[in-house]
Design a protein around this ligand. Structure first.
Ligand code: CP
Length: 373
């Protein structure tokens, strides 16, 4: 009975300006954040007390350099302060505390929570019960919306636009949360085309292809980085790491690693104005000497992440974004999500919520599709 009451609260309570998936907001709202980031970049001193007295909680259950530190620096540069953990083993998570209790408590101390967790849909699960806005800093192989805002700021600064771009995405398109978020966002702008460069095993999940199809986007899947660089007149090449931590076995990872490598020989054949982006960290997929090429934009991109996160924090805390509902589908507690990395596999109190279309249920946490018998 108590569980049922708690579930009802999760699905009916008022919500905040959470950023779980950029799709919850409109391109106008994304543009507003990117434009504010450009203003901050021009004159950061103007914003140094903007969040004075505010506290950000950073809950990182997975390792991070850029996302965690750029969020923390962003808040400090806005005059706010930070609390949190970057290793769950130093918090009461190591004693078995669930996400609901951890986020409930930290959200009663902080004004905004930023969370990274290896389970897909974890940020949404946290937002269901948190008492302040929650920002998704990466939920497993699912989404990474603030990386996409970073990518958008970089494209806007370097290319002057977010539309009519030909973009190559290379590497781990299957588990690459940065790729998923970027495609979902950039497919909303007119005239963008995507060249998807991966092995068949690491191809883009079908639910993201369906998004591209539904939006009438042109995309092509190819298996050769050389072919993409020489034959596709790319405006931007987005390299990604083959993520060892997402594979179920070392053998599977070993078969995929080192397939794609960008080096100076390939860069000689690339369009003169093709910028290279990468969410980082890199392993071997971009040779170090490419760093000296003026088209290599990944370090600038990482720095842009701090400015765009400053703009996001201001937008959330000053109520510039709406408060979209978190669960809009149908609760079907008798249906189990089939994704072993879905947050419902570890947080058993969560309502099983699905968008139902005929005999297909799409999990509202991780987007996995389940075919009903
Ligand atoms: N781009 C990115 O998410 O980097 P980190 O894993 O270092 O945060």
């Amino acid at each position: 009975m108590r569980i049922r009451k708690a579930r009802k609260e999760m699905t009916t309570r008022e919500t905040f300006s959470n950023l779980i998936d950029l799709d919850s907001y409109s391109p106008d709202e994304w543009n507003m954040i990117v434009e504010l980031a450009q203003q901050i970049q021009k004159n950061p001193a103007l914003y140094r007390s903007r969040c004075s007295g505010k506290i950000m909680g950073t809950l990182f259950y997975e390792p991070s350099t850029r996302t965690q530190m750029s969020f923390q620096t962003a808040m400090l540069r806005l005059g706010g302060t930070i609390i949190g953990f970057d290793n769950p083993s130093t918090s009461s998570v190591s004693k078995g505390e669930n996400i609901k209790d951890t986020t409930k408590i930290v959200s009663s101390y902080a004004d905004i929570l930023v969370m990274r967790n290896p389970y897909e849909g974890s940020a949404k699960a946290a937002a269901l019960t948190a008492d302040c806005p929650v920002v998704n800093a990466g939920d497993g192989g699912h989404l990474h919306p603030t990386q996409t805002l970073t990518d958008m700021l970089t494209l806007k600064n370097e290319k002057g636009r977010l539309d009519h771009l030909k973009i190559g995405l290379c590497g781990d398109l299957r588990y690459g949360r940065t790729v998923h978020s970027q495609l979902k966002a950039l497919s909303r702008y007119e005239g963008n085309e995507f060249i998807l460069i991966s092995t068949p095993e690491l191809a883009l999940p079908s639910y993201i292809k369906d998004v591209l199809n539904a939006r009438g986007c042109t995309y092509k899947e190819i298996y050769s980085l050389d072919e993409a660089i020489t034959g596709e007149s790319l405006d931007m090449l987005y390299m990604t790491r083959i993520q060892k931590e997402r594979f179920s076995s070392e053998e599977e990872y070993n078969r995929q690693k080192d397939v794609f490598r960008l080096d100076t020989e390939k860069m000689k054949k690339a369009p003169k104005d093709m910028i290279v982006m990468h969410p980082l960290p890199r392993v071997d997929e971009i040779a170090m000497d490419v760093d000296d090429d003026p088209r290599a934009m990944y370090f600038t991109q990482a720095k842009n992440g701090m400015f765009v996160r400053m703009a996001l924090i201001i937008s959330v805390l000053e109520g510039r974004l709406g408060a979209p509902k978190l669960l809009t589908g149908t609760i079907k507690d008798d249906v189990e999500c089939t994704n072993p990395k879905c947050i419902t596999k570890t947080e058993h109190y969560l309502p099983h919520s699905f968008k139902v279309q005929g005999d297909i249920c799409e999990c509202e946490y991780c987007d996995e599709r389940i075919l009903l018998d």
